[in-house]
Ligand binder design. Structure first.
Ligand code: NAD
Ligand code: UFG
Length: 337
């Protein structure tokens, strides 16, 4: 299939490009590089012989998008491009709605113009908000607690309305849990441009000596060790869920949401212990107050994805931490290494 990948130079997009090309899909990337390095595509090309074209462009630039669509004629789009920092989204709501929501509207108009009928969208488990029960299934009520989460839910609603209005369209809404880990080559991984917000890249930077200690945000949650529980998923498993989603979109119509997680959860201290075990490094920790907006526990019920996407995870916790360490130790300065 010819697949246009917005935000394909980012963390999840880059891993997905490799999986798509491995399955023989032709890919075209559009990315404005606001949170990515052009070095990513250099490395992807060295790891794969697949067909990859790329364009520097913003998804809000309709003229550019029309041009790219006319040239590539995608049969499907995977839409990663967007902003993802929860804290920043509270400070810059209009910027987040502009890129995440208006950006998607521009993309859909450009797709409609050339008759492209299938989209796979990067949604998030954050659309559920405070759990009424766990694990979350897709029927769990949605009540996001941040601007970021609301922008994802708005796009899900827009895509649902888009498919309702045209019966040959498909929108696969992938609700990611917590992606971590890196490609087995050690060449592709997560490269935060600033101080990492997320747990795993922060631990990796402590291990490499860039940061002194991990701050554990709260050890007084109602969990076994008092720290937050999350459903961490290896980024390569997540990337493969996109390939599975394309297969599903080829046969189905309408909008459908899928949880993309492992169905298991680990605490902050579990993650530290696993990282220490697989890297041989000691990770000093200090406990601080809970982080604003954090919840105690999140966990996916991924049964729907297993049955309908025919997708299951293949990597375990040690694969997640060891691949992160191989990437971080081989690339201490990320793509600038
Ligand atoms: P990322 O920042 O690494 O990738 C996003 C990519 O989109 C970057 O390459 C960035 O340069 C590009 N981009 C941003 N705005 C753009 C625009 N206006 N036009 C063109 N390109 C633009 O993030 P990621 O972790 O790979 O996440 C990908 C998607 O998955 C995002 O939509 C994110 O919200 C969603 N998601 C991520 C997580 C996570 O924990 N990483 C969890 C749930 C959902
Ligand atoms: N944590 C720490 N110290 C840190 C960073 C995180 O203790 O320095 C803790 C958090 O309090 C939480 C856990 O580690 O208990 C995971 O935190 P992350 O920031 O890595 O991930 P979140 O679950 O907060 O959010 C992530 C993405 C969101 C996405 C969500 C989906 O950042 O964009 O997963 O589940 F929506």
């Amino acid at each position: 299939m010819r697949v246009l990948v917005t935000g394909g130079a980012g963390y999840i997009g880059s891993h997905t490009l490799l999986e798509l090309m491995a399955q023989g899909h032709e890919v075209c990337v559009v990315d404005n590089y606001c949170n990515a390095s052009p070095e990513v595509l250099v490395r992807i090309r060295s790891l794969s012989n697949g067909t990859l074209v790329d364009h520097i462009g913003d998804v809000r630039d309709s003229v550019k998008l029309d041009d790219i669509m006319d040239g590539f004629q995608p049969e499907a789009v995977i839409h990663f491009a967007g902003l993802k920092a929860v804290g920043e989204s509270q400070e810059r709501p209009l910027h987040y709605y502009d890129i995440n929501v208006s950006g998607t509207l521009c993309l859909l108009r450009a797709m409609d113009r050339i008759g492209c009928r299938k989209i796979v969208f990067s949604s998030s488990a954050t659309v559920y908000g405070v759990p009424k029960y766990l694990p979350y299934d897709e029927a769990h009520p949605t009540n996001p607690t941040s601007v970021y989460g609301r922008s994802k839910l708005m796009v899900e609603q827009i895509l649902t309305d888009w498919t309702a209005a045209q019966d040959d369209t498909t929108a696969v809404l992938l609700r990611y849990f917590n992606p971590v880990g890196a490609h087995a080559s050690g060449q592709i991984g997560e490269d935060p441009s600033d101080i990492p917000n997320n747990l795993m890249p922060y631990i990796a930077q402590v291990a490499i000596g860039k940061r002194d200690a991990l701050t554990v945000f709260g050890d007084d949650y109602d969990t076994a060790d008092g720290t937050g529980l999350r459903d961490y998923i290896h980024v390569v498993d997540l990337a493969r869920a996109h390939v599975a989603a394309l297969g599903y979109a080829d046969k189905a119509t309408g909008a459908r949401a899928f949880n993309v997680g492992t169905g298991q959860s680990y605490s902050v201290l579990d993650m530290v212990a696993a990282f220490e075990r697989t890297s041989g490094k000691t990770i000093p920790t200090k406990v601080a107050a809970r982080r604003d907006g954090d919840i105690a526990a999140m966990q996916a019920d991924a049964t729907r994805a297993k049955h309908e996407l025919k997708w299951v995870t293949e990597h375990n916790l040690d694969d997640m931490t060891s691949s992160t360490w191989v990437w971080q130790s081989g690339n201490p300065n990320g793509y600038k290494s």
